[in-house]
Design a protein. Sequence first.
Length: 109
Amino acid sequence: MTPITHHYLPISATGSPVQEAGAAPKASGTTLEAAAEQFEAIFVARLLGEMRRATQALRDDRDDAGGLGKRDRSTDGLHDWADTQVAQALASRRAFGIADTIIRQMAGR
């Protein structure tokens, strides 16, 4: 597995949810939810990226006759961006349930 070198997840204007983890108790629920959603987004983005890299082995370098077509390294950045956008959309809907599980465990519910 390759190390994470960058991610494109936005951080709110008030700061990072992770940095705010020690904030006042009144904000901790909101901060916990934001941090949990951000974690889910990062996790899903990595999952999508690894799935994309796994399918690259099925591509054919010679021509478009391969099962998934010819490899095109010029669009790798675009694919990373698209994976991140999809991951953010899924995490905001809590589609995988990762954020909900983190919130339950951290809040003691």
